[in-house]
Design a protein around this ligand. Structure first.
Ligand code: PRT
Ligand code: ZN
Length: 302
């Protein structure tokens, strides 16, 4: 039985096995925190950072954080908002704060109808039976849109509900859309856009935990900044430097170095804060750049 986390170590809840687990663990690794994947164990201690990781089902994460059993959690906003709405409806206490939005776990909760069913607008949802694992988010959307429809709650395999005659429509998570397609369904409305987030309990942390969280957040920011950022190196005619600098996405003050034995050309090094696409490289080449190298950046602290 788990009780309140210790005063000097953060307790972080993350998904044990599922769509968020590899990315969650990868985020910790990239933040320099060593946690070995569990075999049987529920709670693991990082050996080089004051954090203990609790591996659980994603649905349990909001409650564990709101109740203070864990200080932090990595969870999708779909699960978080659904749990928060349910808690609000039942009058439960306990709060959370979103510390960071993360660059994984993106999906949307969408209303979908059988392909053959005509759809001209929200009014066509009136009076339908809608199957979902997200009754709170679905009901909120329907209420906001003033649609009277019946919400049927299913815990899984929602996409087969129309075929089984259990519902007329579904409200389920969509990422690529291939599950809908395979089940001859088509998304007609987006109910909620979701991404993974890092949340914390709202109670005041001890000085040790506050300090550890500050370091963790700084590292997460560094990891997220570095994910898109690239280090770019190229050779360019001196005469085209102004044009070339304008083409570099999100870069300030590049370093310009002379090239041995060539007075007309220089080497340019720059950190680009945004992604460098092939199109950008092609434009650079057109502007006279050559030997263009784009390198990943592992960590960044500004
Ligand atoms: O066992 P546990 O309860 O922990 O896991 P789970 O089975 O409830 O969740 P899991 O691992 O499937 O998803 C965890 C979280 O990942 C979700 O709560 C979302 O925040 C996020 N996520 C991102 C997704 C998807 N993308 C996603 N595509 N969760 C589920 N799906 C499912 C969706 O339900 C549908 O069945 O994938 C299918 C649709 O995918 P596409 O690509 O075919 O559109
Ligand atoms: Zn789940």
């Amino acid at each position: 039985m788990l009780t309140t986390p210790p005063k000097d170590r953060l307790r972080l809840a993350m998904q044990k096995s599922g769509r968020l687990s590899a990315d969650s663990l990868d985020l910790l690794t990239r933040c320099g925190i060593r946690v070995k994947m569990p075999k049987e164990r529920l709670l693991l201690h990082a050996d080089n950072f004051p954090v203990d990781v609790l591996f659980v089902r994603d649905d349990d994460i909001p409650r564990l954080v709101m109740d203070g059993v864990c200080d932090l959690g990595l969870v999708g906003t779909n699960v978080l908002e659904e749990a928060a709405l349910a808690r609000h409806t039942s009058g439960g206490a306990g709060g959370y704060l979103v510390e960071r939005s993360l660059e994984f776990g993106s999906c949307r909760l969408a209303l979908a109808l059988p392909e053959e069913r005509a759809y001209t607008g929200l009014r066509d949802l009136q009076g339908l039976r809608i199957a979902t694992s997200y009754p709170q988010l679905t009901k909120r959307f329907l209420d906001e849109q003033k649609i009277a429809a019946e919400v049927v709650c299913l815990s899984g395999s929602v996409e087969i509900a129309p075929r089984l005659g259990l519902a007329d429509a579904i409200c389920d998570l969509v990422a690529t859309g291939s599950t809908l397609e395979a089940n001859k369904l088509r998304a007609v409305e987006t109910v909620f856009k979701s991404t993974a987030v890092l949340i914390r309990n709202t109670r005041e942390f001890s000085a040790e935990k506050t300090h550890a969280l500050e370091i963790l957040l700084r590292r997460i920011d560094g990891v997220q900044r570095a994910a898109e950022a690239k280090y770019i190196m190229l050779h360019a005619p001196r005469a085209s430097l102004a044009e070339i600098k304008k083409l570099l996405p999100g870069s300030e003050n590049p370093t310009i170095l002379p090239l041995a034995g060539d007075d007309t050309r220089v080497a340019l090094h720059a950190v680009c804060q945004e992604a460098v696409f092939w199109e950008t490289m092609e434009s650079l080449k057109k502007a006279g750049a050559s030997s263009i190298l784009v390198l990943p950046i592992e960590k960044m602290m500004l």
